[in-house]
Design a protein around this ligand. Structure first.
Ligand SMILES: *[C@@H]1O[C@H](CO)[C@@H](O)[C@H](O)[C@H]1NC(C)=O
Ligand SMILES: *[C@@H]1O[C@H](CO)[C@@H](O)[C@H](O)[C@H]1NC(C)=O
Ligand SMILES: *[C@@H]1O[C@H](CO)[C@@H](O)[C@H](O)[C@H]1NC(C)=O
Ligand SMILES: *[C@@H]1O[C@H](CO)[C@@H](O)[C@H](O)[C@H]1NC(C)=O
Ligand SMILES: *[C@@H]1O[C@H](CO)[C@@H](O)[C@H](O)[C@H]1NC(C)=O
Ligand SMILES: *[C@@H]1O[C@H](CO)[C@@H](O)[C@H](O)[C@H]1NC(C)=O
Ligand SMILES: *[C@@H]1O[C@H](CO)[C@@H](O)[C@H](O)[C@H]1NC(C)=O
Ligand SMILES: *[C@@H]1O[C@H](CO)[C@@H](O)[C@H](O)[C@H]1NC(C)=O
Ligand SMILES: *[C@@H]1O[C@H](CO)[C@@H](O)[C@H](O)[C@H]1NC(C)=O
Ligand SMILES: *[C@@H]1O[C@H](CO)[C@@H](O)[C@H](O)[C@H]1NC(C)=O
Ligand SMILES: *[C@@H]1O[C@H](CO)[C@@H](O)[C@H](O)[C@H]1NC(C)=O
Ligand SMILES: *[C@@H]1O[C@H](CO)[C@@H](O)[C@H](O)[C@H]1NC(C)=O
Ligand SMILES: [Zn+2]
Length: 658
């Protein structure tokens, strides 16, 4: 998976502005001539993508140059050392029409506070759905403003085309870090004299890698552009799904890149499954089929699952075999309060295309394996493992997937959804094989609201799902032909630093005394979540036997809003650590959260009511065919190339048989 690119490419790196690193006119375009995909982009031979060119004419601000936007820019492409030819000739396309727009941006916080945006006039062209078929380095050159050049070096990786895996199952623990896995192990696995008696399913994977999650234009990523990197091999900008961000206002016209799901289907007829505990239009599931600058276009994202890219000729995508998750409000009729694309009833839209539709765990278990299946089990995000299994009263909310405002009491967990997805995909895909993405979304969502217990419960559910998946594949005799990956899309700055005597804490009457309930080093003790009582411990179900012990974990995140901590499980549902007490986005400690705890003032901007993502590399566990490609330290995009190569897509040619 090592890219090969000549070093010291003349011109490419020379004209970068060295200021404006943080507040950017357009992240991937440091000069006034923009080429997307930008310099350093990498592709699989035959992978579809769009090219967007922009020439910027700053009207005011620090870059203003008094020039009219260039309408006569040219664009050439060639393999390195070959003679450049116009892109229209190279791709056999007619000249795209010239587009114009303008946009504004703030150069720094002072400009923002003074409401003084800098305005930029833009001329642009887009070349839609092109591909490069030969491995090697290509130089794409935009010539604008009477001879100024922007050169981009593009690399088509030289990958093997022998298919090694029939199936790939990619588990994503959203926001999951090694620190969280360590904490989950501590509360669910017994130790004797410092030795764990059992291991997490993830701990047993033969290959461990680390992936770097850095976005294309910022070092902290969100789940949209990180998922895009994992699925397309192209890094992108926060909030982008399967596109590079251009500067136009239209959220759907940005240059697209083909995803692993689209390529696998287009080239091999392989079947695709998408499972998440989030609302299904959320970024991690969405990035498999959606192509938009704005991850918030939920209705259009749901349409893209079914119909592929709206308004552009792209691939012949016809919908996944399996789509399981929450987010009913993007499906049911707007008359019931649905918020759908073009006000359609998307249960109907899916049914019209032959999908069976299930709304609860009982129906899911009974459903046949022969049909494409849409399973939507709640409004918004699915219930957390802790609420489904321990604090069940919290399910009593008006979240029924039908839109009838009843509670969604019979929701499946990630395990039930994933196993059923495997059954349907196995049955339907036959010799073609399948790609399944299964996301434990609320590890991230619960870490955002500092609800550590719920986050770790979700992580343990993911681990239980991984274990059940391995067993199920063995039963189905599909284990040796299936690559299983367990990874994350980014982290949170979470760790455990000791224990807390919650009884002592509750007995104190002042914040500074309450802090003495924290036990570090030799006072940290042993996990009370599992080591209590006489529990006979064998390989089996690995969740805490007691979520509410006297001695809990002294745990937390590196960046927070103001909040109060008593380090106890939140029995009444997911935590709300901070609230705005004026009419502005100015968040303080929620007076109702952990009232007997001590106040910890936040470090984040006061407009943030939640924790945020962090920089850490995240783990990649691999087992099965091609597992060796996933050891070591590499970039998030390498996961896409590793999976695509393992599926034999490396030369962009059909590999229909396995
Ligand atoms: C910006 O573009 C508009 C046309 O879209 C043009 O009318 C205007 O003159 C341009 N402004 C400058 C300062 O170039
Ligand atoms: C920017 O574009 C809008 C139309 O989209 C136009 O009304 C406005 O005048 C333009 N601004 C400049 C400075 O050209
Ligand atoms: C640029 O021009 C716009 C429109 O006249 C104005 O609102 C804005 O403050 C100007 N920005 C700067 C940085 O001068
Ligand atoms: C390009 O050259 C023409 C003619 O000399 C001039 O009018 C124009 O302003 C130049 N454009 C830019 C962007 O430098
Ligand atoms: C769509 O892709 C499938 C899978 O490769 C293929 O069997 C089918 O022929 C394609 N259809 C069209 C119209 O390209
Ligand atoms: C597709 O085009 C139609 C008609 O122009 C428009 O109403 C719709 O918003 C577009 N949808 C997307 C996803 O671009
Ligand atoms: C599950 O959904 C089916 C319809 O698909 C319905 O008949 C059944 O009552 C539901 N069960 C529960 C427990 O909600
Ligand atoms: C679906 O497939 C699984 C595994 O092969 C099987 O156990 C189950 O009975 C099937 N379900 C139906 C309804 O056929
Ligand atoms: C997987 O195991 C089956 C027998 O269970 C065997 O026929 C097949 O060749 C194996 N495939 C691989 C890739 O090892
Ligand atoms: C273990 O605890 C359970 C109740 O928690 C009790 O019924 C059982 O007798 C205990 N077993 C032993 C061997 O102490
Ligand atoms: C702050 O809370 C008030 C009600 O307490 C609400 O009306 C307002 O929209 C909130 N503002 C923000 C930015 O969340
Ligand atoms: C938290 O900040 C407030 C001011 O916003 C201050 O009054 C209070 O003393 C701080 N508390 C701690 C524990 O730092
Ligand atoms: Zn997140």
């Amino acid at each position: 998976m090592k890219p090969q690119r000549s070093i010291g490419l003349a011109g490419v790196l020379l004209v970068r502005a060295c200021s404006a690193q943080t507040y950017q006119r357009l992240g991937t375009c440091p000069t006034l001539g923009c080429v997307f995909p930008p310099d350093q982009a990498e592709f699989i031979a035959g992978q579809f993508f769009d090219i967007r060119l922009e020439v910027h004419a700053p009207i005011n601000g620090s870059e203003a140059n008094g020039k009219q936007p260039d309408e006569k820019f040219t664009f050439t492409i060639a393999k390195r050392d070959d003679t450049p030819v116009p892109a229209t000739e190279y791709f056999k396309l007619s000249e795209p029409k010239l587009e114009r727009w303008n946009f504004s941006w703030y150069e720094d916080l002072f400009a923002r506070d003074a409401h003084k945006p800098s305005i930029v006039n833009v001329t642009s062209k887009a070349y839609r759905r092109v591909a490069l078929y030969e491995p090697g380095e290509y130089i794409a050159t935009l010539t604008y403003n009477n001879g100024t050049k922007t050169e981009a070096s593009w690399l088509v990786r030289d990958l093997q085309e022998v298919r090694k895996a029939k199936n790939i199952i990619m588990f994503i623990g959203d926001g999951m870090t090694t620190n969280m896995i360590t904490a989950a192990r501590l509360i669910a696995h017994k130790t004797v004299n410092g030795r764990y008696q059992t291991k997490m399913a993830m701990d047993k994977f033969p290959i461990l890698g680390h992936q770097m999650t850095h976005s294309i234009d910022t070092f902290i990523t969100d789940s949209a552009n990180s998922a895009s990197a994992l699925y397309t091999g192209h890094k992108s900008t926060v909030n982008c799904l399967g596109v590079y961000a251009d500067s136009s206002k239209d959220p759907f016209d940005d240059p697209k890149v083909e995803t692993i799901a689209e390529m696998f289907y287009r080239l091999t007829g392989g079947h695709v499954g998408i499972v998440s505990t989030a609302y299904i239009a959320d970024a991690t599931p969405a990035a498999l089929t959606a192509h938009t600058r704005d991850r918030g276009q939920y209705g259009a994202i749901v349409d893209s699952f079914l119909n592929g890219i709206t308004n552009y000729t792209w691939t012949n995508w016809t919908g996944p075999d399996v789509l399981f998750g929450g987010g009913a409000e993007q499906f049911y009729d707007p008359k019931l309060g649905g918020k759908t694309y073009q006000n359609k009833d998307y249960y109907n839209e899916f049914a019209k295309k032959g999908y069976q539709i299930v709304w609860n765990n009982t129906a899911l278990a009974k459903a046949g394996n022969d049909s494409k299946t849409l399973g939507i089990f709640t409004v918004s995000n699915m219930a957390k493992w802790l609420d489904r299994n321990v604090y069940k009263n919290n399910l009593n909310q008006s979240l029924s997937p039908s839109g009838d405002k009843k509670p969604a009491l019979d929701q499946p967990g990630l395990k039930e959804m994933t196993i059923k997805a495997i059954d349907i995909l196995t049955k339907r895909s036959g010799e073609k094989g399948f790609f399944l993405m299964s996301e434990a979304a609320s590890i991230d969502k619960m870490m955002h609201v500092l609800d550590y217990d719920r986050a770790l419960g979700e992580l343990l559910e993911l681990d239980d799902t991984v274990k059940a998946t391995i067993e199920h594949l063995k039963t189905l005799k599909k284990f040796n032909e299936t690559l299983i990956l367990v990874t994350a899309d980014h982290g949170h700055g979470f760790d455990v630093m000791g224990s807390v005597d919650t009884k002592y804490l509750a007995a104190q009457n002042a914040d500074r005394k309450r802090r003495n309930a924290v036990g570090t080093y030799e006072k940290s003790g042993l996990s009370q979540y599992i080591n209590t009582g006489n529990l006979t411990y064998t390989e089996g179900v690995h969740f805490p036997s007691n979520w509410d012990p006297r001695y809990t974990l002294f745990q937390g995140l590196a960046a927070d809003p103001d909040r109060r901590e008593n380090y106890q499980v939140h029995k009444n549902g997911p935590r709300v650590p901070a609230v705005n007490i004026t009419s502005e986005a100015d968040y303080y400690v929620n007076p109702k959260d952990a009232p007997d705890g001590f106040v910890i003032n936040g470090t984040l901007p006061v407009a943030d009511d939640q924790g945020v993502h962090s920089l850490t590399d995240v783990p990649v566990f691999a087992m099965g065919p091609c597992q060796e490609s996933f050891g070591g330290v590499y970039n998030s995009i390498d996961i896409f190339f590793g999976m695509a190569e393992c599926f034999g897509l490396g030369r962009g040619r059909p590999q229909s048989s396995y």
